[in-house]
Ligand binder design. Structure first.
Ligand code: 5AD
Ligand code: SF4
Length: 459
């Protein structure tokens, strides 16, 4: 039984499901980053092949899978809370299968806690064991006890069918894992070392997506700028962007995340010269203090970071940047924090994603002394958010009077309004209806808010 192929296990499960007198339904919840949501789409693709139907409500499911995130403690707490809620459901329906996968499944302390306190979780599988899901479900349906498959970080299998959440926006992972070991971050421990996909596989996937009508291709990796470095006949990330840009069709290429130590002039030149690549760079800075950056093991200084920003703006004066910032890294002083605020003003980010530092055991920062109170960290976060609201409102004014090409995404906050994203990664709101979803339109911008710009469609 052990050595059957992936497809053989799919057929076996599908046979078992076919013999039931009612269809089996799966509920897959993904947490965290876009890479994890992309894994969630692959899980759903496999389940669909096995014959499962889908529901968003665990109460209605025969199989519940939590595809988890371990980057911050609150993400973990949510999963444990949601797992706790399944206990009663499992008591009512002992045949329900419960699975846990994703980054938390790679943490020893989590697996121990599951084994000890959550006996009703049936299968646990790690970030590189997605393709083992059909086997795990087959074993479970055949009456086996709990199985845990974690640990080795293989290259994920190519060609897994994917049930995509959107019919016009597609995520395409280009690499997995991270070699950087930023001192606060758990990712290298739960996703392993950097592994790049072959560029031919990526190009083929993007070509097919564009042919089937996808309008936005989001290239994903923990550190996309390292793409190809681990491959013998690899190409650089910039070369990959250029080759994808050469694919025929109207679509936009976005990507994340970039590491400032690797995102240099070549990347900026490529963004500027490739018409399909968005004119925006998400460049996570984490802190505006050189001392903190050093203790985070980020391998760049604020000065070097600003060189990249200034280089981009020497070509496009209002080139759009967004960033990630961690507030309250161990012993972050008032001065360190003020330097972060100063950097935000200097760069003028369109938007930021900010997080209060969360201690991740096993990382280097987890054993650093930290005298800063939680209250102080929250106070700093409030100040940072208020400053960014001011900066965003001011920055977005530059679009007033301009016409932006927008890929329409969905309904807006107010009745009769729709939203979409421009090539500068700005959210644009305008009057319109749902027939526009998934289409490119031109919008003349008339006003700026602190999270978006608004305008009118140009016919
Ligand atoms: N605490 C808070 N934020 C973190 N991030 C990563 N690890 C932590 C942590 N331990 C943030 C970083 C990263 C983003 C994806 O999550 O800002 O860029
Ligand atoms: Fe984590 Fe740093 Fe790797 Fe990003 S680059 S995933 S923050 S270790």
């Amino acid at each position: 039984m052990e050595n059957l192929s992936f497809n053989e296990y799919i057929s076996l499960v599908s046979e078992k499901i076919g013999k039931r007198d009612y269809p089996m339904t799966a509920c897959v919840h993904s947490y965290g980053c876009q890479l994890n949501f992309s894994d969630g789409e692959k899980i759903k693709g496999m389940l669909m092949k096995m014959g499962f139907g889908f529901t968003e409500e665990p109460e209605k499911a025969d199989l519940v899978i939590f595809n988890t995130c371990a980057v911050r403690e609150n993400a973990e707490d949510r999963v444990f809370g949601n797992l706790g809620n399944l206990k009663r459901l499992k008591e009512d329906n002992p045949e329900m299968i419960i699975g846990l996968c994703g980054c938390m499944a790679e943490l020893e302390n989590v697996v121990e806690r599951i084994k000890k306190s959550y006996p009703y979780v049936d299968i646990v599988f790690g970030t590189s064991a997605l393709d083992r899901l059909p086997k795990l479900i087959y074993q479970k349906l055949s009456g086996s006890k709990r199985t845990v498959e974690v640990g080795e970080y293989n290259m994920p299998v190519e060609g897994l069918s994917q049930l995509r959440d959107s019919s016009f926006k597609a995520s395409v992972p280009i690499m997995f894992g991270c070699n950087n070991f930023c001192t606060y971050c758990i990712v290298p421990y739960v996703r392993g070392r950097e592994r790049s996909r072959r560029f031919e596989d990526i190009i083929n996937e993007v070509e097919k997506l564009v042919q089937t009508g996808y309008k936005e291709i989001m290239l994903l990796g923990q550190n996309v700028n390292s793409y190809g470095k681990d491959l013998e006949d690899g190409i650089s990330f910039s070369e990959l962007l250029r080759r994808i840009n050469n694919i025929d069709g109207e679509f936009i290429i976005r990507f994340m995340s970039s590491h400032p130590k690797d995102a240099g002039k070549e990347l900026i030149d490529t963004i500027i010269s490739c018409d399909k690549v968005e004119k925006h760079l998400h460049l996570p800075v984490q802190s505006g203090s050189n001392d903190i950056l050093k203790r985070m093991n980020r391998n760049y200084t604020v000065g070097q970071y600003l060189e990249t920003i200034n280089y981009a703006r020497s070509f496009i004066s209002d080139f759009s940047f967004t960033t990630d910032i961690i507030v309250g890294f161990p012993n972050e002083s008032d001065e360190d924090f003020e330097e972060t605020l100063d950097l935000m003003k200097t760069v003028g980010y369109d938007n930021i994603y900010s997080f209060i530092y969360s201690k991740r055991s096993g990382t280097k920062a987890a054993v650093m002394e930290d005298k800063i109170t939680d209250k102080e960290k929250s106070r700093r976060m409030t100040r940072l958010l208020a400053l960014q609201r001011e900066i965003s409102t001011e920055k977005y004014k530059r679009f007033i009077g301009r016409t932006l090409r927008v890929l329409v995404d969905g309904k807006g906050k107010s009745e009769g309004f729709m939203t979409g994203k421009s090539r500068e990664a700005v959210i644009v709101e305008f009057e319109g209806d749902e027939s526009l979803i998934g289409k490119f339109i031109d919008v003349k911008i008339t006003a700026a808010k602190n999270w978006a710009v608004t305008g009118e469609i140009i016919k």
